[in-house]
Design a protein around this ligand. Structure first.
Ligand code: C2E
Ligand code: MG
Ligand code: MG
Length: 664
């Protein structure tokens, strides 16, 4: 079995195939060739024999005809028979010949299978006979037959020898092709294993095809080396500034830490965040934003030594490693020089733009022994610098623990959005008149892997500071739109309310993005209520109006949230395309005890109705408040008395079982 498999495997190699092919061709050609040779040789022998026999017989006939005495003829007969060229000879009359059935004249060699070639020749010699005489001769065919047989045997041996020769020659010459092919194969395998450095160079082969195949492989290898270098460069560098990216930074930082460990020296890590970059990006667009980042990168490079590393950390953040510093002062001096290098304004479209930077400094080994700790501490220091309007801060572990924990939370938040740590709860909003649930407010929660459930008040501001509000808001909108369209499909007549951060007012693309989300989930736009706090509207009325109009155009419902806390008058909000007002918890919860709050609530409801707006009372914590608000003609209620925020499936279950509950 094993042997058979080996033979089969061998025949599947190039060597085996060439050998097999050569043999197959010759096995077909050689018999044809030798059969042809035998046929020609046999034909030649036979025709020569027949011609000679006939000529010979004719001569004998002439001799007999010219002889006059029977004695002479008898003598001639004896002589002829003694010559052994004839096996048969006689003279008969025509009638004797006709009566003799045994004598069969041959017209070609080997006829009648009697090994004798019989000829009849009529004689023009009467010798006293009344009838014509016939000379009958028989020639022995056996010697010719033996010759033909010998030729056949010879051809057979020649053919055998030829096949063996072909076999041996193929066996000897095939390696000339297969050896270089095998070498190529081994080299290709090395490349597949990632060793690109060896050149493709096949020695001792002058076969054109193999030489050009080798050249092609070599060209491919060189291209691969080029592509690999390019890929490696791209994976380790920022495409815009060509600076090392986060990955390479981490690697360099680790290397620098090893060196500092070995040499017992210090190193500094500087985390840099630009101030004012957003203005350039928002006013002039991304093109100028990119140009600014490139110019900042080259100015920073101008301050540093060749041995220092500067990396783009992402967005408008850069990171610098100063390896082996003698003391902390050196790091702060460099930080000072870095802020100085941005003092000259950047000129775009003939306008000067001033950009600053906030730098956080962490020193190895004082502020951390490994890369993640150092980076986190440099980041903390950077946010402290930013919040206090300082050019730079050196990390200080004695700083307010709370702010450090807040800042480290901010660090974690970057990962939370993409790692499924967020979820939405929904709080029902109920119609006072009918007691049915009209909508649910989406409220985000963060399931922190170590700290447990974190409520939005603890991280929304952080999200804004960390510039993560856009991905967070997009995520909330996506989830809420998906859930609400699902509810509608399941037959629940509900709208969904979503909170918009004040930071999102500057994001002009928001309405467009929201439109895409709504369309993607097939949600009727008016089923989505966008809530913007009164505080946000007052802090930037121009942007608020612009973005609210953008939302209004796409047909979503707009609500002003936490109304009353911003001390604005409702009439000031008249020009905005609003449909709903949500009176803040604090007024509603206190209205029964505090007369002023009651006045505010009542007048807000009246005024809102005059302006054609619906009113939601937030913070309906008990039945008395429910009754009071209903008496004031408030439209909708939201609060713990009606229902606490809950997961989407629980909300539906809650709605299904509403009849058994006493709310109203
Ligand atoms: P909000 O928009 O005013 O939401 C209502 C808040 O009041 C919710 O707190 C809710 O649980 C709470 N609440 C509702 N009824 C009662 C009640 O009867 N008594 C009391 N004591 N509280 C009640 P939560 O979920 O902690 O949210 C707090 C704030 O965080 C929200 O205030 C909103 O401004 C913000 N927020 C929540 N989710 C998001 C979000 O996805 N994006 C943004 N930008 N902000 C969000
Ligand atoms: Mg709200
Ligand atoms: Mg509110």
């Amino acid at each position: 079995m094993n042997v058979l498999r080996r033979i089969r495997d061998y025949l599947n190699t190039l060597h085996g195939r060439i050998l097999l092919g050569g043999l197959a061709i010759h096995a077909l050609l050689i018999p044809m060739l030798f059969v042809g040779v035998i046929y020609l040789v046999k034909g030649g022998f036979e025709s020569t024999f027949v011609d000679r026999a006939r000529a010979d017989a004719q001569i004998l006939a002439t001799l007999i005809e010219t002889t006059e005495s029977t004695d002479v003829i008898t003598k001639l007969y004896d002589q002829v028979m003694a010559s052994k060229r004839y096996v048969y000879l006689d003279l008969v009359t025509e009638s004797q010949h006709s009566a003799d059935e045994d004598f069969k004249e041959d017209t070609y060699f080997g006829q009648h299978g009697d090994n004798t070639y019989f000829i009849t020749i009529p004689l023009k010699w009467e010798l006293g006979h009344t009838e014509n005489l016939l000379l009958r001769l028989g020639y022995d065919e056996t010697p010719i037959m033996e010759k033909i047989h010998y030729t056949k045997v010879l051809c057979f041996y020649l053919a055998g020898a030829y096949v063996i020769l072909v076999f041996v020659a193929s066996g000897l010459f095939t390696p000339l092709i297969t050896r270089p092919m095998r070498e190529l194969q081994l080299k290709a395998r090395e490349i597949a294993a990632g060793n690109y450095d060896d050149h493709f160079d096949i020695k001792n082969s002058r076969i054109q095809e193999i030489v050009s195949l080798t050249n092609d492989f070599e060209k491919m290898r060189q291209e691969l080396v080029g592509h690999n270098k390019e890929l490696e460069y791209q994976s380790l560098h920022d495409a815009l500034t060509k600076l090392p990216n986060r990955v390479l930074l981490q690697d360099r930082l680790n290397q620098a830490i090893y060196t500092a460990q070995r040499e017992d020296s210090q190193l500094a890590l500087l985390m840099i965040d630009l101030d004012g970059f957003k203005t350039v990006n928002d006013t002039l667009g991304h093109h100028y934003g990119d140009m600014l980042l490139k110019q900042v990168a080259s100015r920073i490079q101008g301050v540093l030594r060749k041995s220092d590393t500067i990396a783009r950390f992402g967005g408008d953040e850069f990171c610098v490693i100063l390896p082996t510093i003698s003391n902390m002062r050196y790091a702060t001096e460099i930080a000072g020089k870095l802020t100085e290098c941005l003092e000259q304004p950047f000129i775009f479209e003939n306008q000067p733009f001033n950009v600053g930077m906030s730098i956080g400094i962490a020193i190895y080994p004082k502020h951390g022994l490994d890369a993640p700790v150092l980076m986190r501490h440099a980041d903390v220091a950077m946010y402290i610098a930013k919040n206090n309007n300082l050019d730079y801060t050196v990390y200080d572990p004695s700083q307010d623990k709370n702010s450090i924990s807040r800042l480290s939370l901010m660090w974690d938040l970057r990962h939370a959005i993409n790692h499924g740590e967020l979820h939405l709860d929904y709080q029902p909003i109920m119609d006072f008149r009918t007691g049915t649930v009209l909508a649910a407010e989406a409220l985000v929660r963060w399931n922190h892997p170590r700290r447990g459930l974190i409520m939005p008040n603890e991280f929304i501001t952080l999200t804004e500071q960390a510039n993560l509000i856009k991905p967070l808001t997009t995520w909330v909108f996506e989830e809420a739109a998906r859930d609400c369209s699902q509810w509608l499909k399941q037959g629940y007549d509900l709208s969904v309310s979503v909170n918009l951060s004040s930071r999102s007012l500057h994001d002009k693309q928001h309405p467009k993005r929201l439109m895409r989300i709504i369309e993607e989930h097939g949600l009727p736009p008016d089923r989505l209520i966008v809530e913007l706090t009164e505080g946000a509207i007052i802090s930037d009325p121009v942007s608020a109006r612009e973005i609210l109009e953008g939302f209004h155009e796409i047909g979503v419902t707009l609500a002003i949230d936490d109304f009353g806390t911003g001390y604005s008058s409702l009439s000031a909000l008249k020009k905005l395309p609003l449909q709903i007002i949500k009176i803040d918890n604090s007024f509603i919860m206190e209205m029964l005890a505090n007369r002023d709050d009651m006045v505010i609530v009542r007048s807000t409801i009246d005024l809102a109705h005059n302006m054609g707006l619906k009113v939601v009372g937030e913070g309906v914590v008990n039945r008395q408040i429910w009754e009071e608000l209903k008496g004031l003609d408030c439209d909708m209620a939201q609060g713990f008395h009606i229902g606490r925020p809950m997961s989407a499936p629980r909300l539906l279950h809650w709605i299904d079982n509403m009849d058994n509950r006493e709310v109203v």
